[in-house]
Design a protein around this ligand. Structure first.
Ligand SMILES: [Zn+2]
Length: 446
């Protein structure tokens, strides 16, 4: 089994970089006659996609196409009354044979049973190997309750949407495979599975969070700053503004190296955004360079940049005043956006994106329960005619009833508060919320 890395860097699950809690692994199959993993990789690598699995297994070759870092939270199984398996389980899709045709739900006809069985056997055997490797890496016991699940089993446990994969495929082709056999096969393969060496990645988000907290900022303020940094640089202190990677034909690492070597005299004047904050203006880049020299560090050193940013922020009095008393992630994020980062586009959409990014850090580091919903914006299908629209999230009393209903239909949610979602058409005034927590009222689409 070969693992090929094809991270879907434009997909919203990749962009949000939320962490799953590493509770187990969920097995899926794609539910359409498409054996090629590459086809899914291509179509899912889009900012329009909020659903994402961690890997596809190609049915022609058995190769594994890894599409998300294993630690990230994907969106592969929806949710149920007991929450969402997306928060806990890594999701892997097996591609399906080209020679089947779905007729009704999970039923299909097959024009070449031998070919179909060979394809399904390839994906099954690769899945066993892959899951064995992941169980070793994350110290999962594949036989322990709830660790290895099919999408169907996830649904029965109330943590996934109502799908029958992948057992529907195995049964109709009389493969003789069951999930219990699958779990046993993983256990048997574990002794022989080679654990791929993975360098211990420095968790920049944790370093930044801890640095800013050590300065006395509250959680909202820290998250609001971090959402901005995430959108500026992906929290990468060596990040060079993308257009300059092209213009100068240089990688982030090489740019950093030539600056460090004193071999690039244009650092101050080249107008290229660089580092955590994407410092751009010449006087700020000069100050950053001087600061790095004085500290004796690389220009791309994370801790140096944090200390420099903190020193710089002290000169932004209005920003610090708001940060020191921030009462929400949005409030902190907005002041950093408008008065410190000041990018060209400071629209409401940008405000929302940065605040949403900040919220993911808030949730991760404050231990707030991870939302059982996809990353906003996402679609919700309301299935009853009289779902109330409320002017604020919550239903403690009925004073916030707007008197309006959504009606049956599909709507875009742009913000989450607990189990409440803000409807897109109310985004400006933020006064149109619906309850998302009852699957009898609405279904979360992905
Ligand atoms: Zn599934």
């Amino acid at each position: 089994m070969k693992i090929v890395e094809h991270f879907l860097t434009r997909n919203r699950c990749y962009q949000a970089a939320q962490q799953n809690t590493k509770g187990g692994l969920m097995l899926h199959s794609v539910g359409c006659p498409q054996p090629s993993a590459q086809v899914f990789v291509n179509s899912w690598n889009s900012a329009d996609k909020s659903a994402c699995v961690h890997a596809f297994i190609d049915a022609n070759t058995g190769d594994v196409y890894q599409t998300l870092p294993w630690e990230y939270r994907g969106w592969h199984c929806g949710s149920g009354p007991n929450g969402s398996g997306n928060n806990t389980h890594i999701g892997v899709e097996m591609c399906e044979p080209a020679c089947i045709r779905y007729t009704d739900g999970a039923r299909f006809t097959c024009s070449n049973v031998e070919e179909a069985r060979a394809a399904v056997r390839r994906t099954y055997e690769s899945a066993v190997q892959l899951f064995a490797e992941l169980c070793e890496r994350f110290r999962f016991d594949p036989l322990a309750d709830g660790v290895i699940l099919s999408h169907e089993e996830g649904h029965k446990r109330g943590i996934a949407s109502n799908h029958g994969d992948p057992v529907h495929l195995w049964n109709q082709l009389n493969m003789g495979y069951t999930m219990d056999e699958f779990r046993k096969a993983i256990k048997a393969a574990m002794g022989s599975a080679a654990v791929p060496a993975e360098p211990a990645a420095v968790d920049n988000a944790a370093v930044i969070w801890n640095f800013l907290k050590s300065k006395g900022l509250n959680d909202y303020a820290v998250a609001g700053i971090m959402g901005n940094l995430e959108k500026e640089s992906g929290l990468d202190p060596c990040n060079l503004q993308n257009s300059y990677n092209k213009k100068l034909n240089i990688s982030d690492a090489d740019y950093t190296a030539v600056v460090d070597a004193g071999a690039y005299p244009d650092f101050v004047t080249d107008k290229a955004g660089y580092g955590l904050v994407q410092w751009t203006y010449w006087s700020r880049k000069k100050a950053l360079l001087d600061y790095a020299k004085a500290a004796g560090t690389s220009i791309g050193d994370l801790n140096m940049q944090l200390a420099f940013m903190w020193q710089e922020l002290q000169g932004y009095k209005a920003v610090m005043t708001v940060l020191n008393s921030a009462a929400s992630v949005r409030e902190a994020s907005d002041i950093v956006l408008h008065k410190y980062e000041q990018p060209g586009d400071q629209s409401v959409a940008v405000e929302e994106k940065r605040a949403a990014s900040g919220q993911t850090f808030f949730d991760r580091f404050t231990g707030s329960s991870v939302s059982p919903f996809p990353i906003v914006p996402f679609l919700v299908r309301v299935v009853i005619p009289d779902l109330n629209i409320r002017t604020s999230p919550g239903s403690a009393d009925n004073s916030n009833l707007s008197g309006k209903y959504t009606g049956i239909g599909t709507f875009t949610i742009v913000e989450i508060s607990g189990s409440w979602g803000l409807l897109k058409s109310y985004r400006k005034k933020r006064n149109g919320w619906i309850y998302l927590g009852n699957p009898d009222y609405c279904e979360i689409c992905s």
